[in-house]
Design a protein. Sequence first.
Length: 105
Amino acid sequence: MLDNITPGSRIHVKVVKTPRNAAAAKTLVRLLHRDAKVAEEQRRLKRVLHDNFRTKRRSGRNWPVYMVKLHPVKGQAGESGTILASVDVLPDLHSVSRFVEITKA
């Protein structure tokens, strides 16, 4: 399916198999973060982190208290997203092609 995808077209990427190596999992997460819904969720989580930042006084000094960052996409089987197939995305898709199913959107 990767052979007939032209740069600039919209594609639907679905993870069908969870990758075992960390590099492929990171690549899948990076690709799925390009989906509009996931990007909006990332912006929402960033606002939540910013709003819940506070300092705590310990030994006369202020210490920052951060929330744990939440990740909306983990690159596991069943996750999907619609992304734009740009020139920089196609090599990444080719490297993780054994873990994903790609269709035109």
